[in-house]
Design a protein around this ligand. Structure first.
Ligand code: SF4
Ligand code: SF4
Length: 303
């Protein structure tokens, strides 16, 4: 049976496509964006998360860890010192009396997925919503994602794929046959910049986007607006010009950078933006929106 690994299943989501939705967060991503606010989605393997505010410093986790990798969640060290040694065995989670520790990444099969996302069917029907596969990168777990899309279609559920675009072109094509909407990230056209900030050149992503945009499935482009990365007028014009050549794009969503993910990235020992920028000001956000509108694209701020 096809199984996949997810790290969250968020009900009543209103930011990931039309209507009220359930967003399924797949674990593992081919990119390493330095502003990522979902760091538990970056690695494919299950991993330990800690909640420092819940820790009472009892030391039960330290006592049971077979790898010497556990530290009290509240002692300020987080996971960083032990992250390489931790095997996500779960022993410290069992021992922790306050729920200060959890594993991100659990396996599920397609029937379990369908059972979970079907709970809110009535809300989908009333709001024009459905199910969104996000992550991480959902299409990195291709077999599970495609089987999940097919099962949703059999159930009459509207689906959206939230993709970073750095995926196998054949998988993307197969997904296009099974989904109703793509939420496709457009981060930056300049390939050197893209490589420096995400770990991948932009060309494979832009090629996938061009190909996908010739098809029948509508695309909502998602543009994370990150100060110092893609908020200058030259890059905004490049992105707008590129987006204007994509027939299937229905709308652009400008998503201003926020700092909510930084603490979590630090706790995971993941790379950060060199200088943590302030969120873009209203003027910058409006300028970005205007760039896409000048290119003839329906554009909104936010998801
Ligand atoms: S999950 Fe297992 S290996 Fe990791 S810190 Fe807890 S007890 Fe140690
Ligand atoms: S077992 Fe839980 S509450 Fe106790 S020190 Fe470890 S993380 Fe903190």
């Amino acid at each position: 049976m096809t199984r996949g690994r997810i790290f969250n299943l968020q009900r009543f989501s209103t930011q990931d496509g039309p209507g009220i939705r359930t967003t399924v967060f797949f674990k593992g991503c081919p990119l390493a964006c330095r502003w990522c606010h979902n760091p538990e989605g970056m690695r494919s393997a299950p991993e330990l998360l800690t909640h420092p505010a819940r820790c009472i410093g009892c030391g039960a986790c330290v006592a049971v860890c077979p790898r010497g990798a556990a530290f009290p969640a509240g002692d300020g060290r987080g996971l960083a010192p032990g992250v390489k040694e931790c095997e996500a065995c779960g022993a410290c989670i069992e021992a922790c009396p306050t729920g200060a520790r959890e594993i991100a990444g659990r396996e599920m099969g397609v029937p379990e997925l369908i059972e979970a996302v079907s709970r809110d069917r009535v809300f989908y029907e009333e709001s024009g919503g459905g199910v969104t596969f996000s992550g991480g990168e959902p299409l990195q777990q291709a077999a599970f994602a495609l089987a999940g899309l097919a099962a949703c279609r059999d159930e009459g559920l509207h689906t959206a794929i939230d993709t970073c675009g750095r995926v196998d072109p054949g998988v993307l094509e197969a997904a296009a046959d099974l989904t109703d909407l793509f939420l496709f990230d457009l981060k930056c056209v300049d390939s050197d910049r893209h490589l420096e900030a995400t770990g991948s050149r932009s060309e494979p992503i832009l090629d996938n986007l061009l190909r996908l945009a010739r098809g029948r499935v509508p695309i909502w482009l998602r543009v994370p607006l990150v100060p110092g990365f893609n908020d200058d007028s030259a890059e905004l014009e490049r992105m707008a010009e590129f987006a204007s050549r994509l027939p299937a794009v229905e709308r652009v969503q400008v998503l201003p950078y926020h700092r909510l993910g930084r603490d979590r990235r630090e706790r995971f020992g993941l790379p950060l933006l060199d200088a943590d920028p302030d969120p873009p000001g209203l003027e910058t956000v409006e300028a970005a929106k205007a760039s896409f509108e000048r290119a003839g694209l329906q554009t909104r701020i936010g998801g």
